[in-house]
Design a binder for this molecule. Structure first.
Ligand SMILES: [Zn+2]
Length: 310
């Protein structure tokens, strides 16, 4: 990426924060049968490329980033949340990174973008948290957000995830050193703020008609994905089970994975499932709007983005 391009991005991002209108699209809507799904960008997280493949050599990792015209040291990780309407239920899936992290100033926009989409936080009946990493619960931790949500909003998190964060194990993760303390703090704050709203589930939970969550484990022991199925159509929001590098290299372990071996199995199973069923897939960290089909491609897979419908 040229220096000119790199310098322009923060300027555009800042404009988005200051003004009512934004120069870049930040939400994208699709219909899955009778269910409305809106993908919303929380922003971008600059991260070291080394976190994307902790079990392969640097040359192979460089080759992949070169092939995508990306830098070899740092890259911008997309961060998406989703909003789902099924009947009279309005369901938020994840909440973005929130504020308070000086190295993530280009993300944390979910609440602003929900508002600019005309969504009143008080209209949200349910929240599904795929896992309790700060880029998924952080938006709910922002000062003032809880007061604007319904007091009885149901927050669906797997019981295994809640249990894990009581004494989280980072022994298999490979993260920048400032990250684990920030993750612990964000998860603890989330439980402290929303303990009474959390409805823990085992294996699966039906959140609304055509909307359910299921535990996969892997990324975190209680990591879950959300299935939206209606009138023969299906979209799965896979949270952090699949990353951009994972289509070509599903066996690449990620530094943010607490159970990296399990995470590889989960990733391959979800990719095979989507390829076999033809279901749409969306994810937290695939480039916005992150909606596409999965095709098998030799030993790996290929992400086929949906054509944008304006
Ligand atoms: Zn994440």
């Amino acid at each position: 990426m040229s220096e000119t391009t790199r310098n322009v991005q923060p300027v555009i991002a800042n404009l988005g924060k200051e003004s009512a209108g934004e120069l870049v699209p930040s939400r994208y809507a699709v219909r899955v049968g009778d269910v409305d799904v809106v993908l919303i960008s929380d922003g971008m997280l600059p991260l070291p490329t080394s976190t994307m493949s902790t079990n392969v050599n640097e040359a192979d990792r460089n080759d992949w980033f070169d092939s995508r015209f990306l830098q070899r040291d740092m890259f911008d990780w997309a961060l998406n949340i989703a909003l789902v309407r099924s009947g009279d239920r309005l369901i938020l899936i994840d909440s973005g990174v929130g504020d308070g992290f000086e190295y993530f100033t280009r993300a944390g926009r979910s609440v602003m973008r929900l508002e600019s989409a005309g969504i009143d936080l008080a209209a949200i009946t349910d929240i599904v948290i795929t896992h309790m990493h700060m880029d998924h619960v952080g938006g709910l931790n922002v000062d003032g957000v809880k007061a604007r949500l319904r007091p009885d909003v149901r927050i669906h998190v797997s019981a295994a995830e809640v249990e894990f964060w009581k004494a989280p194990d980072f022994s298999k993760t490979v993260m920048p050193e400032t990250v684990p303390p920030a993750l612990r703090k964000a998860a603890a704050k989330f439980v402290q703020l929303y303990g009474e709203n959390i409805v823990p589930f085992h294996q699966t939970v039906q959140v609304a008609t055509g909307v359910s969550a299921r535990v996969t484990g892997g990324h975190t022991p209680g990591h879950s994905v959300v299935d939206i199925a209606s009138n023969g159509e299906k979209l799965t929001f896979v949270g952090d089970a699949i990353f951009e590098v994972g289509f070509d290299n599903p066996e690449w372990q990620n530094g943010f994975e607490h159970e990296p071996e399990v995470a590889v199995d989960v990733r391959i199973a979800l990719l095979n499932e989507a390829a076999d069923t033809g279901a749409l897939l969306a994810a937290a960290h695939i480039a916005f709007p992150s909606i596409g089909h999965i095709a098998k491609n030799g030993t790996g897979f290929r992400f086929v983005p949906v054509p944008w419908d304006y």
